[in-house]
Design a protein around this ligand. Structure first.
Ligand SMILES: [Zn+2]
Length: 135
């Protein structure tokens, strides 16, 4: 049985981050679906989730490594960007009591300053523009 599975999977693409992501989103949709009141919306959500699962399996069993790899790379490019954005928000939230964050009016660089120092002149480390803010 195990050998047959191994033979079946030979030359196939396998699991990657994009497939994992699609499966997770599909499962989340299937859970959400349980709480939806309208039968019509429930069946649409169910259909979308099932299509996503079928697509992820299609990717896992695909023999076109080149195309699947390119899809995953494209996905990762956006995913990493979104991940970074969340990490930044998380870090700022953790420091909200001790620091304030400002954007440079000139180059949009974000600048962190200690909180509670009154009106201060902030010099942008990137473009040296000076601006005054209440910290
Ligand atoms: Zn600047």
């Amino acid at each position: 049985m195990r050998e047959r599975l191994q033979r079946f999977m030979q030359g196939r693409y396998g699991v990657d981050q994009l497939s994992n992501f699609i499966v997770v989103v599909a499962v989340v949709l299937l859970v959400i679906e349980l709480f939806l009141p309208s039968f019509k919306i429930r069946s649409i959500v169910n259909l979308v989730a099932v299509c996503m699962l079928v697509y992820s399996y299609f990717r896992i069993f695909s023999r076109n490594h080149y195309k699947r790899y390119a899809e995953n790379e494209r996905f990762l490019k956006y995913f990493v960007r979104i991940q970074r954005w969340f990490t930044k928000k998380q870090r700022r939230f953790a420091q909200r009591k001790t620091h304030r964050f400002f954007k440079c009016p000139c180059c949009k660089q974000s600048i962190r300053v200690p909180k509670g120092k009154g009106k201060i002149a902030i010099t942008c480390p990137k473009c040296s523009t000076e601006f005054i803010r209440r910290s």
